[in-house]
Design a protein around this ligand. Structure first.
Ligand code: C2E
Ligand code: MG
Ligand code: MG
Ligand code: MG
Length: 291
């Protein structure tokens, strides 16, 4: 198995005895292929964004979209972000990719504003190294200026880990970006450090309840209690709360009963290609009747 093969490979140390299981060579090969592919992906324009609607539970309106990156590799196959984002973080390519995402999401957001959906929020995921880049404020400033997307409609999603890695630096970065008008969500909330004291220290706007808690919230008492607690916590701290990964009507009922204001998930819509978003926004307004 892969574990013992790794063990043997480690024992062999720097020597020339190598023993890899089939699995490991496969993995290593896959990794190398992806890494090489990533190098050219930007210039070959192989990335695109999909957008997942975020709904307000009170009126049912779509209030925002989360931009999610997609990569169609040279062989035409889609590669999941969970596979290539960590790799891009290791190789540093995430900075160029993240910059492209930011610019593309803001450009698209501006186009939808111009099409009449002028309050639509755009949520963009920031990788840890992006958030800790000293020139992030300049980059953001430039992107907002260039695209004309209003800062107060942009919401950056970061994880707890990013905040905790270097709290002083993170707080400083948050302050600078918030001064520009940008909002912040804590993505996958509850799965990281969960040091609640820090919620007070950082100026945040929104907690995103991780979908691992949402999944079983109505069947598993503990998950239900965690979801409930995050919602109360957010409310008491004056933060918005959004549940991600909502797939069923019973999850929705549970969330509604606990007072969760915002939702996102397959129950409403998968991430959509840009070409389908105007249609979605139009019919979501029609479904609610005149505003
Ligand atoms: P995330 O930011 O927590 O995004 C939510 C993920 O859950 C997305 O997966 C989305 O497609 C998926 N999802 C949404 N609704 C449901 C649902 O009802 N059920 C289930 N099972 N899944 C649902 P995706 O697009 O594969 O992205 C995975 C992760 O990759 C993201 O998690 C985020 O951490 C990262 N990622 C995606 N796009 C970007 C990006 O542009 N930049 C960075 N740095 N990371 C990104
Ligand atoms: Mg996210
Ligand atoms: Mg905001
Ligand atoms: Mg998440």
């Amino acid at each position: 198995n892969a574990g013992s093969a790794l063990h043997l490979a480690k024992q062999a140390g720097q020597g020339n005895i190598r023993f890899f299981s089939h699995d490991l060579t496969e993995q290593a090969r896959r990794r190398r292929t992806l890494e090489e592919g990533l190098h050219r992906a930007l210039e070959r324009e192989e990335f695109f964004l999909c957008y997942q609607p975020q709904l307000d539970l009170h009126g049912g309106a779509t209030v925002g979209m989360e931009a999610l990156i997609r990569w169609r590799g040279p062989d035409g196959q889609l590669v999941a972000p969970m596979e290539f984002i960590p790799l891009a973080e290791q190789t540093g390519q995430i900075l160029a990719i993240g910059q492209w995402v930011l610019r593309q999401a803001c450009r698209q957001g501006r186009a939808w504003h111009d099409a009449g959906f002028s309050t639509l929020q755009m949520a963009v995921n920031l990788s840890p190294c992006q958030f800790l880049q000293d020139n992030l404020p300049q980059l953001l400033d430039q992107v907002l200026l260039e695209t004309g997307f209003p800062a107060h409609c942009l919401e950056l999603e970061i994880t707890e880990g990013v905040l905790m890695h270097d709290p002083v630096r993170a707080a400083r970065m948050l302050a600078v970006l918030r001064e520009m008008g940008v909002g912040f969500s804590v993505d996958d909330f509850g799965t990281g450090y969960s040091s609640l004291a820090y919620l007070k220290r950082f100026q945040l706007d929104r907690l995103k309840i991780d979908r691992s808690f949402v999944r079983d919230c109505c069947h598993d008492r503990q998950d239900g209690a965690i979801v409930d607690a995050i919602i109360s916590l957010a409310r008491n701290l004056g933060l918005d709360v959004i549940a991600e990964g909502v797939e069923t009507a019973s999850q929705l009922d549970f969330l509604r009963a606990q007072g969760c204001g915002l939702v996102q998930g397959y129950l409403f819509s998968p991430p959509l290609p840009a070409s389908e978003v105007t249609g979605w926004l139009t019919s979501s307004i029609a479904a609610r009747g005149p505003v």
